[in-house]
Design a protein around this ligand. Structure first.
Ligand code: NDP
Length: 328
């Protein structure tokens, strides 16, 4: 019987969840036709929710957390996936309902994996991770709705976070004028180094606002939700599009229909978890083409997997800047 090490979340009836670094048997891995030796993972906002138990992200016990991993195929009976292939996994309920990436080994259905693009090392693929791949999905949503670089400024909320940092890097690289909204104004130089033309205080967007405001941006990437998203919509120019992917401020959307019915604004929802394979392949292909690796490296910190519990708490407190790669 083969074993490996993993972080394991357990929960006894009604009690609080416990997290331990423990030895797990291969026999405990869940159904899947590909087994991967995990080399890197990462910390996303959702990983923070799972690690701290502050939101019911985990729906199967015990659970190995970690919604992303990169690694090398150890065993496969999946057509088109061979031993030795470098692969990447994002979402699909991994770390929520299927044993996840904070482990030396993972087993998943091969259809969930994407080939690691040659442009990235496994560490860079995890520097991108779900947050960065979601940022790309948001850029694709703006493009799909006709918001190109000439349309006008694009607002990125949650700018110092993971989705925000990759979104700024991508958009500025594509020639968009980016306005970064942040609560960390001391990070203005960092945000400008990623390509933000302007930096604004998120306090301007955090409180209940008017149904319609001055037309300020042609589009937005919003990872914050709540009053922020309502105000972002109210400040979007005629015919603009807001790609909404997150809830860092809250899950509510306390706004009005005014931006939709008076300015033809589009609210484009973005989900990374269950995005179909062709969409993922397109996003990873575009990341390989459009993401400036020097900027990716500048927004990334590398830490050992052992630090995941403390990083999970920090990301929920808004203390993590950019992205964190975990080495397994
Ligand atoms: P991060 O924690 O890295 O970034 C979130 C940022 O939001 C923070 O850095 C902070 O930026 C800002 N923020 C935090 N709290 C508040 C608040 N109360 N009010 C306003 N702004 C706040 O998380 P990620 O980038 O990994 O994820 C961002 C969001 O996107 C999360 O809600 C996550 O769940 C969601 N998400 C959704 C996905 C999907 O498939 N739809 C996929 C990936 C992420 P600053 O300090 O600059 O203000």
């Amino acid at each position: 019987m083969s074993t490996f090490h993993a972080f394991l979340l357990t929960k006894e009836d009604g009690g609080p969840q416990q997290l331990s670094w423990t030895e797990v048997s291969d026999d405990d891995l869940m159904d899947g036709d590909v087994t991967v030796a995990v080399s890197h993972s990462t910390v996303n906002f959702k990983d923070g929710l799972a690690l701290t138990g502050s939101s019911p992200v985990v729906r199967r016990w015990p659970m190995i957390p970690g919604i992303d991993f990169a690694g090398t195929v150890e065993a496969s009976t999946h057509d088109g996936i061979a031993v030795g292939d470098p692969v990447v996994l994002n979402g699909w309920g991994v770390g929520e309902t299927h044993l996840g990436g904070y482990a030396e080994r993972a087993r998943v259905p091969g259809g969930w994996l994407v080939p690691k693009p040659d442009a990235f090392t496994p560490a860079q693929a995890m520097a991108i991770g779900t947050a960065g791949y979601t940022a790309m999905l948001c850029v694709l949503a703006l493009e799909r709705h006709g918001v190109g670089p000439d349309a006008g400024p694009i607002l990125v909320t949650g700018a110092s976070g993971g989705v925000g940092g990759v979104a700024i890097s991508l958009l500025s690289g594509l020639g968009y004028e980016v306005v970064a909204s942040t609560g960390r104004l001391d990070e203005a130089d960092y945000l400008r180094s990623l390509g933000a033309a302007d930096v604004m205080d998120r306090a301007e967007l955090s409180e209940p606002g008017r149904p319609l405001g001055k037309e300020r941006w042609a589009g937005a990437v919003d990872s914050v939700g709540s009053h922020t998203l309502a105000n972002v919509l109210a400040g979007t120019r005629y015919g603009g599009t807001v790609a909404a992917c997150g809830l860092a401020q809250g899950m509510d959307l306390p706004g009005s229909v005014a931006p939709f019915i008076l300015r033809g604004v589009t609210l484009a929802g973005v989900d990374s978890v269950m995005a179909p394979k062709p969409v993922r392949l397109e996003a990873w292909d575009r990341l390989a083409r459009d993401l400036d690796l020097a900027k990716l490296d500048a927004l990334t910190e590398t830490r050992p997997l052992a630090d995941a519990p403390e990083l999970g708490a920090e990301i929920l407190e808004g203390k993590v800047r950019g992205r964190v790669v975990l080495t397994v």
